[in-house]
Design a protein around this ligand. Structure first.
Ligand code: SF4
Ligand code: SF4
Length: 368
C-alpha cells in the first residue's frame, strides 16, 4: 500500500488564493497530529545563495509558520552551512544572506537558527543501519527539535538529477563533516599556489593533520578525519573538498543520511515540496537559470520518498519549456531530469531511500 500525498496546482482565484491552499494542504496531511502544543518545530529549508532567486518565497514560508503556530508549535527556520567556501560557509554570513533574501523575522514570523552551529560543526552522531554508512553526522538542532517540517524547492540538480525532500533531509540536515562524508572519500586539498602559509588552518585542525612544509600547508591524509573545519578557516580559500565521489554513491549516502535525519522523529515529520521555478541546478549557485517547465504546484506528505516520486512524475508529465537548459524530453512523459543532466540516474536516491525504510515509491496523490 502506497503513501498518500496531497497536491494543489497553481490555480488561484477570489475564492481561494495560494496561501489558503497551503493551509488546506497542511491540514489535509494532518499537521495537527504531527505537532503538539509547545513543540519546537524545525522548518528546514534552503535560504538560497546570494544572487539566486529560485528558492521558495518567504511569504509562502510565513503561511507554513502560521499554520504550525496555529497547531500549537513554536516553529523556527533552519538551514546548514555549506561545505564549499562560499557566501554561506558559516552561520553569520549564511544568516545575513538569508535575511537579504527575504527570510527576515518581519516577513516569516519565526526566528532563524542554523542547525549545525556557527561553523557547521555542531552535530550529533546518529547510528543507522545503512548499506554504506553506520554513523551519520546530523546538525544538532535537527536532532534536538521535537518535529521536523522539510520544505523543499523541487528542481533539477547537477549531481542527483533532482533535488527535493530527500536532498533537503540528507544533505541539508547534515553537518559539514556529514556533507564531506557524502561528497568525498579523501581529505581536502591545499592549493599550494594560493596558500600563503598563514597557519590559520593548522590552528583550526583539532587532529594535528596539517604540517607546514616549506611555508605551505599540507594535509596528512592519514591523520585527517574529514571534519572540513580547515576549509572554513582558510582566509585565502586555498583549501577545497575533493569532489571525488560518484553521483550514484552520493545519492545512496544521501538517502542514508536522510534516514539518520528522521530517525528520532517517528510521526513528527511533514514534507512540503514546491514545484515552482524548476531550475536546472541547485539553489547553491549565485544565479538561477530559466525554469525547464512552468510552475506546477505544491505537494505535502508525511512520506519523503513518495513526495519526491510524485513531484518527479509531475515534472516529467509536463511539457518542457523551449529555450531553456532542457535539451531533450520536452514532450509530456519525457525524462526532464535526464534532459538536463543526461548522465545522472536520479532514481537511485528514491530506490535507496525506499530500501532504507523511510518511505515508499508507490503513492496516491489526492488533488485539492
Ligand atoms: S578536514 Fe579536519 S581533520 Fe582534516 S585537515 Fe581539515 S581540519 Fe584537520
Ligand atoms: S589557512 Fe590557507 S593560506 Fe593559511 S596556511 Fe592554511 S591553507 Fe595556507
Amino acid at each position: 500500500m502506497g503513501a498518500t500525498g496531497f497536491f494543489a496546482d497553481m490555480r488561484a482565484g477570489y475564492k481561494e488564493n495560494l496561501f489558503a491552499k497551503i493551509a488546506r494542504l497542511m491540514q489535509s496531511a494532518g499537521v495537527g497530529n504531527i505537532v503538539s502544543e509547545g513543540d519546537l518545530a524545525a522548518i528546514k529549508l534552503h535560504f538560497g545563495e546570494r544572487g539566486n532567486h529560485a528558492f521558495i518565497r518567504p511569504i509562502f514560508i510565513r503561511r507554513i509558520v502560521d499554520e504550525l503556530a496555529k497547531a500549537g508549535a513554536k516553529p523556527f527556520l533552519t538551514d546548514s552551512s555549506t561545505l564549499y567556501p562560499g557566501e554561506r560557509k558559516e552561520a553569520v554570513s549564511a544568516l545575513r544572506c538569508a535575511i537579504e533574501n527575504g527570510f527576515a523575522y518581519a516577513v516569516v514570523n519565526a526566528p532563524l537558527i542554523m542547525c549545525d552551529g556557527i561553523k557547521g560543526q555542531n552535530a550529533v552522531n546518529v547510528r543507522i543501519d545503512g548499506e554504506i554508512l553506520k554513523n551519520v553526522s546530523i546538525g544538532a538542532e535537527i536532532v534536538e527539535a521535537d518535529a521536523l517540517i522539510a520544505v523543499s524547492h523541487f528542481k533539477c540538480h547537477e549531481l542527483t538529477g533532482f533535488g527535493g525532500a530527500l536532498k533537503n533531509l540528507g544533505m541539508g540536515c547534515s553537518s559539514r563533516k556529514g556533507k564531506m562524508q557524502q561528497h568525498s572519500t579523501v581529505a581536502p586539498k591545499v592549493a599550494e599556489k594560493i596558500c600563503n602559509g598563514c597557519g590559520a588552518c593548522i590552528k583550526a585542525c583539532a587532529h594535528n593533520a596539517i604540517p607546514m612544509v616549506d611555508g605551505k600547508a599540507h594535509i596528512s591524509v592519514e591523520a585527517c578525519v574529514g571534519c572540513s573545519r580547515c576549509i572554513t578557516a582558510c582566509p585565502q580559500k586555498a583549501i577545497n573538498v575533493q569532489w571525488n565521489e560518484s553521483s550514484a554513491l552520493v545519492m545512496k549516502k544521501m538517502a542514508e543520511y536522510a534516514a539518520g535525519a528522521v530517525s528520532n522523529k517517528s510521526g513528527k515529520t511533514l514534507f512540503i515540496n514546491f514545484i515552482t521555478q524548476v531550475s536546472p541546478a541547485c539553489d547553491c549557485y549565485g544565479h538561477a537559470d530559466a525554469p525547464i517547465v512552468n510552475d506546477i504546484g505544491i505537494c505535502v506528505s508525511t512520506d519523503p520518498v513518495a513526495i519526491d516520486q510524485a513531484c518527479a512524475d509531475l515534472v516529467n508529465a509536463a511539457v518542457g519549456n523551449q529555450h531553456t537548459a532542457l535539451a531533450s524530453g520536452h514532450e509530456p512523459g519525457g525524462d526532464k531530469f535526464r534532459g538536463v543532466h543526461p548522465e545522472i540516474d536520479w532514481e537511485i536516491q528514491l530506490d535507496h531511500a525506499e530500501k532504507m525504510g523511510i518511505g515508499s515509491r508507490e503513492y496516491e496523490l489526492v488533488k485539492l
